[in-house]
Every structure is written in C-alpha cells, then in structure tokens.
Write a protein that binds this ligand. Structure first.
Ligand code: C2G
Length: 748
C-alpha cells in the first residue's frame, strides 16, 4: 500500500461526501483512507457510513482525547501505507493528486503538492466553474509572484538552491503570517515520521500543524515539490452556524498557541540553512505586529499582560537579519516591546492606527465620508421626522419602497420629511430630497434619519443608531435559495467572500420585514435568521395589481403611451433573472438574450409585441434597433409592476417576478433553457418547479411560439395549478398592503 490518507472528521457531514468522492475518483488507486471521527454525532457517523466507496476505508472513533491533533495521531498509528497524507474532511483532492505525488515519491521523505483555497463545492468546481477558477489561479499566481517580490520578510531564493530550501520557503511564504503553515496535502514517508517521533501536539487546539511541519521539514533533505495545485482547501461560507477551526474567535488561546509553537519551531529550524530561520522569523514578526501587539489594545489589562509576558520570551529569539527586513514601524514596535510594558506598546499601536486612519481619510474621499459618518453625523441629534428611502441600490424609483412612500404621503400629509436615494433623475409625486448613493449627503442623512425603508441589504459599515426604525421590505418571494439556506455560494464568490458573515451582521439591523405570503415568511426567518417583527401583509408593490378593472385599464393606456407601444397589439413581457456565473464584477452582470426575436416576429408579429426587461444587475444593454415596432426595451423603466399591468403574457425563468405577476392571473410561460445548471449548480430552489409552476417550462423559442399559438389550451391545462399557486403565494394580497405596512411601522 503506497499511501494512507488520514481524514479527521467531526460533524461536518455536508462536506464528507465530496471529500470521499475525490478519493474515489483518484486515478491512482494505490491507497487506503482512514477517517478518524472525533466524537462525531450519530447523524454524522451515519452519513459517513452510508457513503459507498470502493477503496479500503477504515473508520476509527476517538475514545479518549479529542481535537484534530489527537485524530491525526490516531490516524498515523493506524496507517499501513508507505506514505501518509492528511486531508481535511471539508476539503477535496484533485483527481490526479495521489498519482502525481506517488510518481515523484521515489527516495523522498516528503513530497509537497501545492494547495489553494476555494469557495466552491467540488461539484460546482468541476461541472461549471473550473474555467473561472483557472482564471483566478492565474491571477493568484501573478499576485503570488508580485507578493513574493514585495514580501521583504522572505530571504532571497535562487533557482540553483537546494530543493529543500525552496520548498521550505514556499511553505512559509504561502501564508501571509506564520499561521499559514499546514500539513495538508503533503506526502510524508511514514517510517520517517514514526522513527523521528514526529507527532501532533495534542495540547494544541488550533496550530498543531506548525511544529509538525517544521520538525518534519527540518529532519531531512529528501524533499520534492510537485509544482501543481493538487489540494483544494474549502472555505466555509457559514462561519455563524458552522465555523471552520480557523473561523472560531478565541483570540487569546490562538496567540498563546502561536507563541508556544514559535518556540518549538525555533529549536528545530536552528542549524539549518539560515534563510529558513529568517523566513520563519519574518512571518512571526508580521504576526506579532498584526495580532499580538494589537491584542494589548483590545484586551483587559490582565489578559494583555499575560500575552505580553509570553511574547517577551519570543521576541529576543528573532534574528537580526529578519528584523532588518521588517518595516520601520515593526522594528520600532519590537524594540519598545522588549523594553516596556504592554500598556506602553498598546499606546504605540493606538497611535499608529490613528495615523493610518488619518492617512486613509485625507487621501481617499470615500474614507473621509465614512469617517465623518461614523464620527460626526451619527453623533448628531436623530431627526425624528426623517424617512430615508431606497430601492435596488438607488437604481430607480420603484418596488415596495415607492408604494410605502406614496401611501405615507397620502395617509399622513406633512408629517414626515423624505430623502430618496436615487442615482438618476426621476419624477417623484410628493416632495422629497433627492440624493445620490455614497455622496456626502447620503452619509449625512443615513446618520440622522430615524426611519430606514430599504429593499436590499445595506453596506456593512451602516450603523443603526438607538431609536432608528429599520423597515426592510426585501424584493420578492424567493424561488432561489438565499443566504443561510444556500450551502454553496457560487454567486457570492469570488467577489464577496464574507457573504454569510456579512448577511448575519446586516440582518441584525432590521426591525421589520414584509412577508408577501406564509411561504416567504418561513423562508425569511430561516435564510436571514431573522427574528424581528414580520409583517404578514402582502407586498405594497402588488397593490397596483389589485386596482379595479377600470383604473387598471386607464393606467394601462397611460403606460403604453409612455413607452410608445401600439394600442392594438398584445404585449409579451420577457423578464428573466441574471445568471450568477456570468458577470463582469460584483453586482455587474452580463446578459445574453436566448430568445430568437426573428422567429417571434415572424410567427407572432401580427398580433403581439415583445417587451424586454433585464434584471437590475445587468449592465449589458440590449440593441433592438433591428426590431423597431416589435421589440421594446423596458430595462431602464423604473417600475416593473407597471410593466406587468400592460402585458398580456409573462415569459420569465427563475425570477421572483412570476410570484407577483400571478396576482393578475394572466398566462405565464417559463423559458428555462438552462434549468439543470441553474437549479443544481448555481442556486438551488425552494420549491419543486416541475410540480408548482403555473405554466409550462419551455426550452426553445419554437416551444414558446407553439405555446402562445395554443394559449387557450395551455391556460386550460394549467388552470388547477394556477389556482393552487395563487392561493399559496398571492392569498394575502388584497390591494391594501401599503396601508397595513405603514400602519404597523409608522402608526404607533
Ligand atoms: N426584476 C426586474 N426585472 C427583471 C427581473 C427582476 O425588475 N428582469 C425585479 C423584480 O421586482 C423582482 C426583483 O427584481 O421581483 C428580484 O429579482 P429576481 O430575478 O427574483 O432576483 P434577485 O434580485 O436575486 O432576488 O427573494 C427574492 C430573491 O432575493 C431574488
């Protein structure tokens, strides 16, 4: 047996299957796996046992001791392979990982393969996102090059140097601090490890890897590096409910452990190539400056002193050459630290950080505004009669906030002053101050308004002051899984890595949420972990869809005229959502029209026109010049509810628009050309679309044409489903949602 793969497992049952699959698909099968269960729950054990594998798999349960170190040591003791490799149960290997390493293992004690962090599940990675990841990789490699060049703490390494020093420095360099040292994905010759008594310190909770890897590296020159990424280290996107070890905040224990590990590392690395010691010292300095010294500021006097005393043992061991490479501030800080008390060092850190803030504030306009917001505007008296309102990041005057504002003005004329966040010119029917998002006035009013009415999340730095009332209307009945209900998070990555942590913090600010139906109410409670007051009122934005027929007809004529849509033609509204994997940047998405407009015009042009409406995240604009008189662009029109009113048929896909449109009881078709990818890879749905959708799912324009030509038959076929759907999702809507919301929030 060539390799024993040692997997430590606690209760991470949502990850273990993919981890084992990655072993199952190894092209080199000369291995066994040992899963060491660290006091796992019954459920987690059942999940593990139920997973079918064709390779030899031993399941060990820790009886005494606990933690990753104890689990890995137990794994070493039980292993039979010539080599051992540590794999975390939430990570996965490249299919070629073992093969690459085994082929290079002849005569080596250590074979090192590279690893990379990822936010993607294995499935998402292989089926869809590999391309994007490759781009990221290329970028990461470039960054790494740059970083290496700029990383003054690292000693110079030449191509002609020994493999040992090259690999050692690579391992040290890959983490920005000393905490980055890891044993994962490395082949160790078992006999070498056992004979040298290299074990994980079971008294470490977080950093048992550090002494292990350094001791192993320092005992041999027989080291080889495979310069390929073989190991995928998965970041956990839910640090609130399922934190990875690295996401647990337990600052003092961490600092004390690192310093203890540093002392052990120093003993091993002494007498090796000097540069190895300098590299380690450089990373330790960084850790000292970024974490340890800062701790003196945040901790109580006793804890700070304790950490300081431990640091006083480490600092004198740092080599002069490493200190010389450090920044001036770091050098000064260390010098002070060796002479003075924790309190004095804390003072220096505080001063340094104030200086940095000052520099940021005077050089960057956006930072300056945020600073004023934090330090001045939010300290001024709250304006009790001020309501600040925004819809879709200030993109337009629309959605629930629009209708709440209009009702407020009707119900309580003159009682409130309004500030609308609008990035473009819009006519408002009642007086309001218009401001642009992120302008200085935005920060001023955000700091002083008593009432917030928003339909999306707000920036992380927004503070909710004592006395502020935050009404979050949200913007749709969810079909796509959201936030804490999403296991994987392809959309958020790679631009938005702290997605769930941020969502948790942001949703803590909400006092009220609006639920359009019971289904949404339940989902919002779970996906946002929302425990504030839920208003079971229906959506204000849908009130307009419940006007009397006469008013609807008058409005329809007005809106059609506004858009230049000919009177005698029926309107097909096509309103798809965005695709999470087709983007330019955060909240800037591409759009590729899949509808064949030529065919639609040819087959339906006599009777219909098409109104196209892209999602508010889409930045590509549609060129419809070739379809004048037939295809109309409604993408920049502010309020989609008004487009619903004028259309006779809705075509959509996975957008929540269909839950609202159903209020009109008009026909709906679902153009779901990429259903499998969207549902199974990108998002995941809350409902079974095959079962519940009140219209046919269609995959080509031909099918759409056919359905429209046979519309009465289609409508008839879906009648029962439509009734059930209406009852479930539109049952609360009666045209009075705005009134109910306003009374609940402002009527007190
Ligand atoms: N919307 C629009 N035009 C589109 C698509 C959407 O104006 N072509 C508006 C609708 O008001 C819709 C809202 O944006 O209800 C949300 O759009 P979705 O496509 O459902 O996507 P998303 O922004 O991801 O919101 O709980 C709802 C979810 O958060 C979905």
């Amino acid at each position: 047996m060539k390799v024993s793969v040692i997997i430590s497992y606690h209760n991470e049952k949502i990850f273990i299957n993919e981890c084992l699959d990655s072993l199952e698909e190894q092209i080199n099968k000369d291995f066994e796996a040992i899963v060491v269960c660290d006091h796992s729950s019954e459920e987690a054990m059942a999940e593990l046992r139920a997973h079918p594998v064709s390779f030899p798999l031993t399941i060990l349960e820790l009886t005494d001791g606990s933690g990753v170190a104890a689990a890995r040591n137990a794994g070493i003791r039980a292993s039979q392979g010539e080599y051992i490799l540590f794999l975390d149960c939430d990570d996965y290997l490249e299919k070629t990982a073992l093969d690459f390493m085994i082929r290079r293992s002849e005569g080596q004690d250590i074979v090192y393969g590279r690893k990379r962090g990822t936010w993607y599940s294995r499935k998402a990675y292989y089926e869809n996102l590999q391309k994007q990841e490759e781009i990221n990789d290329a970028e990461a490699e470039e960054d790494e090059e740059e970083e290496t060049q700029a990383d003054r703490s690292m000693p110079e390494i030449r191509e002609s140097d020994s493999e040992w020093i090259k690999v050692f420095c690579h391992i040290v360099r890959t983490g920005s601090m000393i905490t980055g040292l890891s044993v994962l994905g490395i082949l160790f010759r078992r006999e070498y490890i056992v004979e040298n008594g290299i074990l994980f310190g079971e008294d470490y909770t977080y950093y048992g890897d550090l002494p292990f890897i350094v001791q192993a590296m320092c005992g041999t020159e027989r080291v080889f590096e495979v310069r390929k990424i073989l190991y995928h280290k998965r970041y956990h996107n839910d640090p609130i409910n399922m934190p990875a070890l690295s996401q647990i905040t337990d600052e003092k224990t961490r600092l004390m452990e690192i310093m203890r590990a540093y002392l052990v590392i120093k003993e091993h690395v002494k007498g090796q190539d000097d540069r190895a010691e300098i590299a380690v010292d450089g990373k330790f300095i960084r850790y000292y400056v970024k974490k340890i010294a800062r701790y003196y500021v945040t901790a109580g006097a006793k804890d700070a002193q304790e950490v300081y005393t431990e640091a006083a043992k480490c600092l004198p061991l740092i080599r002069k050459e490493a200190k010389k490479r450090a920044m001036l501030y770091s050098r000064r800080l260390m010098k002070r630290s060796m002479k003075r008390e924790a309190k004095a060092v804390a003072k220096m850190v505080r001063r340094h950080s104030a200086l940095q803030t000052f520099r940021r504030v005077v050089t960057k306009k956006s930072e300056c505004k945020k600073y004023l917001y934090r330090k001045i505007f939010t300290k001024m008296k709250l304006k009790e009669d001020l309501v600040i309102i925004e819809s879709f990041f200030g993109r337009n005057y629309s959605d629930n906030p629009k209708y709440i504002y209009e009702y407020l003005n009707k119900a309580y004329p003159g009682r409130y002053k309004y500030v609308w966040i609008l990035n473009k010119k819009e006519n408002l029917p009642y007086p309001a101050t218009r401001i642009k998002r992120f302008s200085i006035r935005y920060f001023y009013y955000m700091g002083r308004a008593k009432y917030f009415v928003f339909n999306v999340r707000q920036p992380k730095y927004i503070i909710k002051r004592e006395g502020t009332v935050f009404l979050e209307t949200w913007h749709g009945t969810p079909l796509k899984r959201l936030a804490f209900d999403m296991e994987d998070n392809a959309s958020a990555s790679p631009f938005y890595r702290r997605y769930k942590r941020d969502i948790y913090a942001q949703t803590r600010l909400w006092d009220y949420m609006i639920a359009p139906n019971q289904f949404s109410l339940d989902v919002f409670r779970s996906c946002f972990m929302f425990d504030g007051e839920m208003l079971s009122t229906g959506y204000p934005r849908n009130d307009i869809l419940h006007l009397e027929e006469k008013s609807k007809a008058a409005l329809t004529a007005e809106i059609k005229q506004e858009l230049g849509i000919p009177d005698g033609k029926k309107v097909i509204l096509y309103a798809p959502t965005f695709r999470d994997d087709e983007y330019y940047d955060h909240a800037q998405y591409k759009f590729a029209l899949q509808l064949d407009l030529d065919l639609l015009r040819k087959e339906l042009g006599e009777e219909y026109v098409v109104l196209l409406r892209t999602h508010y995240f889409i930045v590509d604009s549609l060129d419809l010049t070739a379809y004048q008189g037939f295809a109309f662009n409604g993408s920049t029109y502010n309020d989609i509810a008004r487009l619903y009113l004028i259309s006779d048929i809705l075509i959509t896909d996975y957008s929540s628009v269909f839950f609202d449109y159903a209020n009109l009881r008009r026909p709906m078709l679902f153009f779901t050309y990429d259903l499998e990818k969207y549902r199974d890879i990108l998002h995941g749905f809350y409902i079974d679309v095959e079962e519940e959708l009140p219209g046919p799912m269609l995959f080509t324009t031909e099918e759409i044409v056919d359905s429209i030509k046979r519309l009465p038959e289609v409508v008839d076929r879906y009648k029962e489903k439509y009734d059930v759907f209406y009852e479930k999702y539109c049952g609360w809507e009666d045209g009075n949602a705005s009134k109910k919301v306003v009374e609940a929030v402002f009527g007190k």
